[in-house]
Design a protein around this ligand. Structure first.
Ligand code: DAT
Ligand code: MG
Length: 149
């Protein structure tokens, strides 16, 4: 499987509910490697750009209001197949339908507040990492543990 990077974000509800540590722990324990992270407030411009594909949807205004309502924890994770595996670990968009054992399945109920974002493709990952992080924000390093994963 190709080594990949993906953009993952703990949304305002996840930060408010003290789920940053739990989410980071799940990705660490799975075997992925954190290469960048920051707690940040999101501007309306960044939120609208990030969710640009949804701008015609009826929930767009609500979505932008939610993402800008309180800080998010933005991250980049690296590892073989991380883009698709992260989506599996997150669970489906609507937490009410997400499988138990997934992040949304274990911690959410409402589609509007579904705790976590993860890029849905290699193209989205590139676009989103470029929106949220500069090259200098991201680091690359070897872990001796990686040969055991
Ligand atoms: P995902 O976050 O699983 O990639 P998406 O890209 O379809 O899902 O939608 C982006 C976000 O928009 C989603 O995480 C929550 C919100 N959203 C999606 N569908 C919605 C709906 N029907 N009502 C309210 N919010 C919705
Ligand atoms: Mg999406």
């Amino acid at each position: 499987m190709a080594n990949e990077k993906t953009f993952i974000m703990v949304k305002p509800d996840g930060v408010q509910r003290n789920l940053i540590g739990e989410i980071v722990t799940r990705f660490e324990k799975k075997g992925f490697q954190l290469v960048g992270a920051k707690l940040m407030s999101v501007s309306k411009e960044l939120a609208e750009e990030h969710y640009g594909e949804h701008k015609e949807r009826p929930f767009f205004g609500e979505l932008v209001d939610f993402i800008t309502s309180s800080p998010v924890f933005a991250m980049v994770w690296e590892g073989p197949g991380v883009i698709a595996t992260a989506r599996q670990m997150m669970g489906t968009t609507n937490p009410s339908e997400a499988a138990p054992g997934t992040i949304r399945g274990d911690y959410g109920i409402s589609v509007g507040m579904n705790i976590i974002h993860g890029s849905d493709s290699a193209e989205s990952a590139e676009r989103e990492m470029g929106l949220w992080f500069t090259d200098q924000d991201l680091t690359s390093y070897d872990k001796t543990l990686s040969k055991w994963i």
